[in-house]
Design a protein around this ligand. Sequence first.
Ligand code: CO
Length: 664
Amino acid sequence: MPRKTTRVKPAEKASSPPAPRIPLRITDTTLRDAHQSLWATRMRSEDILKIIDVIDNVGFYSLEVWGGATFDVALRFLREDPWERLRSAKAKAKKTPLQMLLRGQNILGYKNYPDDVLDHFVALAVTNGIDIFRIFDALNDTRNLEYAIKAVKRYGGHAQGTICYTVSPVHTVEEFVRIAKEQIAMGIDSLCIKDMAGILSPIAAERLVSALVRETKIPIQLHSHMTSGMAVASYVEGVRAGAGAIDCAISPMAGFSSQPPVETMLAIFEETTYNASLDMEAIKAMRRYFQELAPKRRLSHHQPDNIIDPEVLLHHIPGGMISNLRSQLAQQDALDKLDEVFEELPRVRADLGYPPLVTPTSQLIGIQAVMNVLAGERYEMVSQEIKDYVRGLYGRPPAPINPEVRRKILGDEKVIETRPADSLPPMLPTATQGVDPALIKSEEDILSYCLFPEPALEYFKWRSLPPEKRPPSPADVELQKERKNAQSEAAAATSAPRPFLAPSDYAALHELVGKVRELNLTELTIRRDDLALVLRADGMATHKETSSAAAPVKQGTPAAPPPPAPVAPKTAEADTTKPAAPEISGPTINAPLSGNFYRSSGPGKPPVAKEGDTLKADDPVCIVEAMKLFNTIKAPFPCRIVKFLVEHGQPVKKDAPLVVVEKV
Ligand code: CO
């Protein structure tokens, strides 16, 4: 263990030569993990480009700038091209290597991709500016890392392998060393211990790093989060045991569920033999910049509740996942079930073979726990992704899956034993089939589309508009809303509640009601601020009249509430001159969860079922995407599809009728 020394003061230099100092490498995560952990990934390219030349002068070992969430959020919320962000960052940061977090065979997404997509992605990431690839697999299944490691080496990048750190009966030091050795055999250049939840204790860090140093020669980097408050101590113990690199963020972007602050770590190591030699003036400029930026970017719902959350040491759920669970339960109007979900989650994790909780397993396990609690029966509702997981399509879980649970989810279906991507045909040749070729501008666009089809397409369409016609990005809308909320909260104390409709609105409303009938619309929504008035005609209205025929439909949820009252226009003329909407009657299949309704599994894909189709019980009908996972809605009994009540891509509330069917 290195000897603790006091700092060598300049005056002493002449008489006694300074003790040799061991270089300590520091990766800055401010531009990726820190804002993902603290700002829901809302840092913009302009925010980065204004400061990156300063950051480049600090002397960091690398800058983490890219990952799955940054890519997704850029397209989905910021209406930015993530590739363009990378290129412009690279143009300004000429000295410091740029680093990304690559989810192995999952690339940046939530499922395995075929090798051709992974290969092309790595090639383009290198061309656009990534130097270091931190490659991880949520299950620590090295079969999912091998192709990515080889591709990174082939294109001249630095391949950093990863151990996803977790605590379970099967995750021992010996097991982690075994996983590291497998990755070393695959050709990694360095190894990261990735503690995504912030649960790596100082003693565990010391033991794990010591064992890795003893049994391998690979350079080791520590990545942790401040969630439980232990990360600073764990870094110190890990470095003293032989880890040569740590991940930090600038102090305004550190702490809470983000990384330890770089300034703190420097102060600690300054009194030791370890030397990070960073430029303190550049760090100061960086700190000032993010101090000023933080209040502009951090929304009220981004801020974690606690500076330190010791409960993470009990439930091991990463910070980002807790806020996700909370917002997803809120979407399902079930926030009161949070404690039940916390109790259910470790049971689901044990049933499914103790996967480390990191993207995508954190979503899979978390949402399955939510579904088990909401449905009131365990594994009654199961997402497509969980089925794939149990089938082996994500890889080999650290421990065997509970056989009873497997049978309930899969029946007699076989589990695949080979590397999951081996069963995936090449995807690039037909990747953008069905997409307007005018929207695709580059090879990079094809990759964006492969990885995030819906958000990428939205972004391409938005980009294709003349700049003055582009609507504000969802992130801008969010910011405006937040500011408005803050203003109206301030004004709330003095102003009286405002009615939804002003008297002058009624004339317009009458006209609209007439339009609804004339156009035979199913639904017309009038919005004002956060309130929505929904008018329904046609199917919905007549469905109400015949709703006594509707049978309750089981989808693991209670039967639908009565449909909204029929629209009753006040003008006599509307009643007599307009033809009545065609009658549609029959039982409905309702949304088991709030989410987005889809007729097909992706752009260009055929609909899951069409009007007029006759289905057997359990045949797929449509899809409700809830909590980022796709739930196939199945026919509860043999039936014929009469009419879909919701349009593809529209949001639906839990229990909303999706489709009228006829029993056969
Ligand atoms: Co992290």
